[in-house]
Design a protein around this ligand. Structure first.
Ligand code: EPU
Length: 451
């Protein structure tokens, strides 16, 4: 498909300012939460990305009225008339996103039954849903897996439960929150994920009337309430997109100010960025400096010249280094002097994209062993989950096919950093999570065009 190709004339440092909006991985969950309310919810600063379209479609199928609000980026969701949808209608969304699994609890509360299509999302490993299903069953749901999807019912209602996750999964924690808030009684979740997006979802649920306590040591307690109401919320900014642009600044020896990025959500990334030799400045004093009312702060990232330094890193759950920061940063690490190590401990198959980087001149070797940190769940199993990156390498242009969202953006950065003209195929996948990325690239001075 020719319209799914981007021609990238690389070698120009990216320079300028772009803005990030609400985090993809919060906005989609906030939209699901709206289903639980008895009155309309308003979500602000919603990015125009494919995942938002998919969740809007799913909500609309279930009778939620989704409309644009008065403000640019405002979404109004009215769940007053929630109704069942046919499996055929729902199946149109099969394979398009991981979010449908989170509709289980809210639909069981609202309708007493739910149908969840086959899931989609990025192909970065097997991505099982066993934690979700086990938790739902402990709440009292009856889960029936069929070849067309998953049918759920709750003949005796949903009741609070004592749960412990085998691993602090983001999605399973969200599943428990979205189900427990209206289940009868108290739920205690141990080994919960505590990512900033989860804390923001808890804020939304509290606005709706939920009672949720976050204890120390990954324990979350939820006291079920009989009804919830609509919310008004401005989501946390997208810290994955912000880090992606930061890595692009480093890899292309440029300077990018990411307006809207928030230091508190990115501290681990900022430490790593600085250790490699990148410079950054938190610009949230801009309102005072420029005296511009409404001016918004952010973070400016730049390459100070000279050589970058190698680093040994591993991805982890929050507050560790995010798995979604890994791929764009590895492109920047191909430009650092020495041997860098990236040990991926969240997903077992998230290093496949390095093959294309090697074709462009990088020197990256992947290993089954746990390198550069604590042994993880994938050690001594057949997963290539550690990468050793030797640099600096001169990258040259290539024809690339985008494998998944974050790796896709990493490929794009590599093409922008490389000398010559690359063709990046499957580039529309990037629209799943990066709003207006082509317009942003142009604003930063990148030479990109559609054929
Ligand atoms: N896991 C299981 N069983 C389960 C659920 C998860 O074994 O039932 C495993 C996964 O296979 C994985 C680990 O637990 O090895 C962590 O998965 P998690 O459930 O935390 O991931 P997720 O909720 O499916 C979200 C984001 C991902 C992000 C991860 C980790 C959304 C829509 N997706 O996925 O984002 O990488 O958390 O932070 O929020 C992306 O934005 O490109 C993306 C992939």
């Amino acid at each position: 498909m020719t319209d799914d190709v981007l021609i990238v004339h690389g070698g120009t440092p990216l320079q300028g300012q772009i803005r990030v909006r609400g985090a993809k991985n919060l906005v989609s969950k906030a939209m699901v939460a709206a289903l639980l309310g008895e009155s309309p919810s308003r979500l602000f600063d919603v990015p125009r990305i494919r995942d938002v379209e998919v969740v809007s479609g799913l909500l609309e199928l279930h009778g939620v009225k989704v409309t644009a609000g008065i403000e640019e980026g405002e979404l109004v969701m009215d769940p007053t008339n929630v109704e069942s949808a046919s499996t055929d209608e729902i199946n149109v969304h099969a394979g398009s996103s991981r979010i449908p699994i989170l509709l289980c609890g809210p639909l069981l509360h609202r309708l007493g039954h739910a149908f969840i299509p086959d899931l989609g999302g990025c192909h970065i490993g097997p991505r099982p849903i066993d934690f979700h299903i086990k938790a739902l069953r402990e709440f009292g749901a009856v889960v029936d897996k069929t070849p067309e999807g998953m049918h759920l019912s709750a003949p005796n209602g949903l009741h609070g439960a004592k749960l412990e996750l085998p691993y602090p999964s983001v999605g399973a924690t969200e599943q428990v929150l979205l189900t427990a808030v209206r289940a009868e009684g108290v739920t205690e979740l141990r080994n919960a994920a505590i990512e900033p997006e989860i804390m923001d979802l808890i804020c939304i649920l509290q606005k709706m009337g939920a009672i949720i306590t976050v204890h120390t040591d990954r324990v979350i307690e939820i006291q079920g309430v009989p009804r919830l109401y609509g919310y008004e919320h401005k989501p946390i900014p997208d810290r994955i997109e912000a880090a992606s642009w930061a890595a692009a600044a480093l890899a292309t020896r440029g300077e990018i100010e990411v307006v809207g990025a928030r230091q508190a959500d990115m501290m681990t990334f900022l430490n790593v960025f600085r250790s490699i030799g990148g410079e950054l400045k938190i610009t949230d004093d801009r309102v005072a400096r420029e005296g511009v009312s409404g001016a918004e702060g952010g973070i400016k990232f730049w390459h100070p010249g000279g050589e970058l330094k190698a680093v040994a890193l591993e991805t982890d759950v929050h507050p560790g280094f995010m798995t979604d920061w890994q791929q764009p940063l590895v492109v920047a690490l191909t430009q650092a002097r020495g041997i860098s190590i990236m040990h991926e401990t969240v997903y077992e198959q998230r290093l496949g994209y390095t093959e294309a980087l090697n074709q462009m001149g990088a020197t990256i070797q992947v290993y089954r062993d746990c390198l550069g940190g604590t042994p993880c769940r994938f050690g001594r199993r057949n997963f290539m989950h550690s990468a050793v990156i030797a640099g600096p390498s001169k990258l040259h242009a290539a024809d690339l096919r985008i494998p998944d969202l974050r790796a896709g953006f990493a490929h794009l950065i590599a093409a922008l950093a490389a000398e010559g003209t690359s063709r990046v195929y499957g580039v529309d996948l990037i629209k799943r999570g990066y709003e207006d990325f082509e317009a942003k690239l142009s604003a930063l001075g990148a030479h990109v065009e559609r054929p």
